[in-house]
Design a protein around this ligand. Structure first.
Ligand code: 48N
Length: 324
């Protein structure tokens, strides 16, 4: 076989003339249901003159997208768990729940087009993400590389927060019992009134986020719904939709008032958020920074261990409900 058209070996030292590109068969994952043997990049590289995509009709693309989306909407209209917010806490909860209970249908509803919440950067737009021990156990569980500052260090550092979030997100999205509905906002809660007059949360009311943001200037854009016996709300403490569920519980008078997040104190905040993650009203578990709003917990600033472990605890609380 003639040598590949281009060989590209990194790192190229400035003295070595640039070589040509060879991309070996890096990922042997074959497409599911593919009819013919897939091409390889190697076979294409260097021969772009005769290159052409396989023919398509536009409607095929549209049907490939909409068929799947609307089948998922139908499937997850009755979910076992809805996680509101795909930030570091919500995604950690989704990972633990989907892995522990592959029998449960988990819908994640995320208002942003891009999931991840505040976990794409460390603090103040710096890249590195710090997690205090023992949260490094979660990084090893998910498979995120980190630097440990030696035996006496009480923390580890992920070289870029996006490495944590993208790795966790990719693992969550690979679970067959998880569906992420991003660019979709939860704009209300489905409730039932129990015999004692208290509220039981029984699902979420959703709409495209862009629609939710324009209810004031467009009338009658009614929402959709997802029924579920358990909701995990991790909508964070700031941003246009932050602390959504706890604020809605106050406005429907299911809880008296919010505790109001306190000032920054890392040592106090992270223990309180992890230990306090719980079912705050029947059917609704709250974790992550949303919890600091209802409990009046301190904030922890640019350290993310509590988000991950609050997600672990939220998943544990949800499993307890199904095992009652
Ligand atoms: O990242 P966040 O905001 O929330 P958490 O709790 O997962 O992580 C918080 C963390 O990033 C910090 O704030 C750090 C630790 N700093 C602390 C400090 O003291 O400063 O993710 C919440 C997600 C976002 O992606 C929102 O878009 C989404 O929730 N969201 C919603 N999604 C759907 N419907 C809604 N109503 C909604 N509200 C928020």
């Amino acid at each position: 076989m003639s040598p590949p058209a281009m060989i590209f070996q990194e790192p190229i030292s400035p003295t070595v003339p640039s070589k040509k590109l060879v991309l070996g068969p890096h990922n042997s994952a074959l497409p599911v249901g593919g009819q013919t043997k897939p091409e390889t990049i190697e076979a294409m590289a260097g021969d772009w003159q005769s290159f052409t995509f396989r023919p398509i009709r536009e409607s095929q693309v549209s049907r490939a997208m909409t068929r799947r989306y609307f089948s998922d909407l139908d499937k997850y209209a009755e979910s076992d768990v809805v996680i509101i917010g795909a930030g570091s806490c919500g995604l950690s909860a989704a990972y633990c729940l989907a892995k522990a209970r592959p029998d449960l249908k988990v819908a994640i509803v995320e208002a942003g087009v891009s999931p991840g919440g505040g976990a794409w950067l460390g603090g103040q737009l710096f890249s590195a993400m710090v997690m205090r021990k023992p949260a490094d156990a979660f990084l090893r569980e998910v498979g995120v590389e980190y630097e440990d500052d030696g035996e006496d260090s009480n923390y580890v550092v992920v070289k870029h927060a996006a490495l944590f979030t993208s790795t966790l997100l990719s693992k969550v999205l690979q679970f067959p019992n998880v569906k992420l509905f991003n660019a979709t906002a939860v704009e209300d809660l489905i409730t039932r009134t129990r015999d004692d007059g208290s509220i039981q949360i029984a699902g979420v009311v959703t709409n495209w986020t862009l629609v939710t943001m324009h209810h004031d200037d467009q009338s009658c854009m009614d929402p959709n719904t997802i029924n579920a016996p358990v909701i995990i709300s991790t909508t964070g403490h700031d941003g246009p939709f932050g602390a959504f569920s706890v604020k809605r519980l106050v406005s429907m008078q299911a809880i008296k008032c919010l505790g109001g997040m306190r000032g920054l104190d890392m040592n106090t905040a992270e223990d309180a958020i992890v230990k306090g993650t719980r079912e705050i009203t029947p059917g609704l578990i709250v974790g992550g920074m949303e919890l600091s709003e209802v409990d009046g917990a301190n904030r922890m600033g640019p350290t993310f261990g509590a988000m991950a472990l609050s997600g672990v605890k939220a998943a544990e609380e949800a499993v307890k409900i199904f095992e009652q």
